[in-house]
Design a protein around this ligand. Structure first.
Ligand SMILES: [Zn+2]
Length: 371
């Protein structure tokens, strides 16, 4: 198998959505630093994400919206008209120092990942995963939609059978809508029921090109694995895709402050281990995730799993140091448990598989398999 590559950027270390925003926390830099401390990230496999050009971004986004983002970054302000029309500086999408550059670098990274894997291979791009971005406006902390831009890159290079799998706690609405009715991309999303953006119901198929698994609050590892084994993996096997893009937003973890699922990172690692055997091309993205310890440990463990590295039971001192020097201003940051510093893998959170979850798995195959 081809060596897995890691696409990162130092911009994530330096930029923040502002001190009170959930995205104030360091996530990609924590993952990168952990992987380096574990000696899992030699320079030869690390690539800096390039900033996408305006021409690349307008493959999906409207030119007047890209103009508005560049204007907001240049002036560090937003007009009333731009705020109303493009939702910049509204709905949790703040004007911040890098409001154009950072999402454009995330997009450039995911598009590079697609180009690099066109002949096969695996890329981890934890800065990507902004699945709520719309062609003409910001949504849900996402200014651009880098998964869509990466999927379009694959399609433009000739692929015609792709699975997009999204395990963020929020429904991947921007990606599903971008490929509504497009049978070249099957979008599969497991997300918390009843949570913003309130889309992705179990019977929502997006014209046949989607499957949705809205799971109840408290969803545990056993329930997640049930859906993986009884629905997600069979759907992907039946499809035999040329490529898989996995959005691994880490807000489904128990420790996340925004969502109410109860997964351990073992669920995330189980998905990664399953999908890496199911297609010759795989891109793994980040996404949500607002507890810096939970996110950093999860995404670093994903990189280890992509490479078949042995996850250590106890982290070596250099990796522990990365975690001990993190700052986090929410309640959970005041008294963090010791295992957030000393381990990578969580204790599993098994539990009963509720009938509702079993029903979701069965519903996915009603009216036959997706096209
Ligand atoms: Zn999310």
């Amino acid at each position: 198998m081809i060596t897995a590559r890691y696409i990162g950027s130092e911009i994530y270390r330096r930029s923040s959505y502002g001190p009170k925003h959930p995205l104030a926390v360091p996530r990609v830099s924590t993952c990168t630093d952990l992987c380096r401390a574990l000696r899992w990230l030699p320079d030869a496999v690390y690539l800096d994400a390039p900033m996408a050009t305006v021409a690349e971004l307008t493959r999906f986004h409207h030119a007047d919206y890209i103009d508005a983002l560049q204007r907001a970054e240049a002036t560090q302000s937003v007009s009333e008209a731009d705020r109303a029309k493009f939702r910049i500086g509204a709905d949790g999408n703040p004007v911040y120092r890098d409001v154009f550059r950072r999402p454009a670098i995330s997009a450039g990274g995911v598009m590079l990942a697609a180009r690099m894997t066109i002949d096969g291979g695996v890329v981890h791009c934890p800065g990507g995963g902004t699945h709520h971005g719309r062609p003409d406006r910001a949504s849900g902390f996402c200014f651009l939609n880098d998964p869509v831009l990466g999927l379009l890159t694959w399609l433009d290079l000739g692929l015609a059978n792709i699975v997009y799998l999204d395990i963020d706690a929020h429904h991947g609405d921007g990606v599903q809508d971008a490929f509504h009715d497009d049978d070249r991309v099957l979008t599969i999303s497991i997300h918390e029921a009843g949570r913003w953006p309130f889309t992705g119901a179990a019977d929502d198929r997006a014209g046949g090109s989607a499957r949705n698994f809205p799971v109840p609050q408290g969803c545990n590892d056993s329930e997640f694995r049930w859906l993986l084994d009884h629905a997600v993996v069979p759907l992907i096997k039946a499809r035999q895709p040329q490529a898989i893009m996995l959005q691994a937003g880490a807000d489904g973890l128990e420790e996340d402050p925004l969502a109410k699922l109860s997964l351990s990172n073992n669920s995330y690692l189980a998905v990664v281990a399953a999908v890496k055997r199911l297609a010759p091309r795989l891109i793994v993205l980040g996404g949500g995730g607002y507890n810096p310890w939970a996110v950093g440990r999860c995404w670093a463990a994903i990189w280890g799993t992509l490479n078949d590295f042995q996850l250590p039971d106890r982290l070596p001192p250099a990796a522990e140091h990365v975690l001990r020097t993190l700052r986090y201003d929410r309640a959970a940051g005041r008294n963090p448990p010791d295992h957030w510093f000393t381990t990578l893998r969580d204790t599993p959170r098994e539990g009963p598989v509720r009938p509702l979850v079993r029903a979701l798995a069965e519903l996915a195959f009603e009216e036959g398999l997706p096209a």
